[in-house]
Design a protein. Structure first.
Lengths: 154, 97
């Protein structure tokens, strides 16, 4: 995805990545989030990206746009540093992560009792209702902002 | 299961970071930022099995904010493209002094 020359091919690889992540969400017992991932991410947001690529007429832009050697070197250095730090964190937790965190059944009871959607909806509409409403306001602001930005200056 | 998910999320995050640094096409850079968000989501979901449902709720919020961010970011890209007729970030030097 990162090295593909065509933006459309890059975007389709991204959709494949998001769909695979949704599959992993299912394996990790997050069925509702897997559905949201497919519908919102792979469906809506990626179509938005594709629409912008189409609108800007970039579908047949095949020249190389990867930066020069120094930037690539810096990129690999930075990503190597981040990757090394992440790996070190993972290695540093001796005795295995699972034993430190306890058994992996923290959400099994909620899933059994309320189902895949109810287990998320119940805390979302009780304990986290204020952030939920704020998300709604944020989306409204984003709609208005996007309209104002993309509107032709008259 | 947790360790594998974390390793995969780390790999996805690193690939996304590399894409943001080495590419010049602003849409691809934006797409790579979404990839990074996705890696973080995967980490949250992996940990939520051990810590509680709050991780999944946070992923829900992250997806909503990512949608808002994508809409505003793409609108900015469109308005910049209208001005410069390009998506190459090297040509966006309006704020450079």
């Amino acid at each position: 995805m990162v090295v593909s020359r065509s933006p459309v091919a890059s975007l389709l690889f991204m959709v494949a990545t998001l769909a695979s992540t949704a599959g992993i969400f299912v394996i990790l017992e997050a069925h509702f989030l897997a559905a949201v991932q497919i519908m919102v991410y792979a469906g809506a947001i990626m179509v938005l990206f594709l629409f912008v690529i189409m609108l800007l007429n970039l579908g047949h832009e095949y020249q190389r746009d990867i930066r020069g050697n120094i930037a690539v070197l810096v990129g690999f250095a930075v990503t190597g540093g981040i990757g090394g730090l992440l790996l070190r964190q993972l290695e540093g937790s001796t005795g295995g992560l699972e034993t430190n965190l306890g058994p992996g059944d923290a959400i099994d009871a909620a899933l059994l009792e309320h189902g895949a959607v109810g287990a998320i909806a119940r805390p979302l509409f009780t304990d986290y209702v204020v952030p939920f409403e704020l998300t709604g306001i944020l989306l409204l602001v984003a709609i208005v902002g996007a309209l104002v930005l993309a509107k032709k200056a008259s | 299961m947790l360790a594998e998910s974390l390793v995969l999320a780390g790999i996805i995050f690193v690939v996304g970071t590399l894409g943001v640094i080495v590419r010049r096409n602003v849409i691809i850079m934006f797409l790579c930022i979404e990839l990074q968000l996705n890696a973080v989501n995967l980490t949250f979901v992996a940990f939520s099995r051990y810590v509680g449902i709050e991780g999944q709720i946070f992923v829900f919020f992250v997806i909503a904010v990512a949608a808002a961010e994508a809409a505003v970011g793409l609108a900015i890209i469109i308005s910049i493209f209208r001005h410069y007729e390009t998506v190459n970030v090297d040509n966006f030097n309006l704020l450079k002094w």
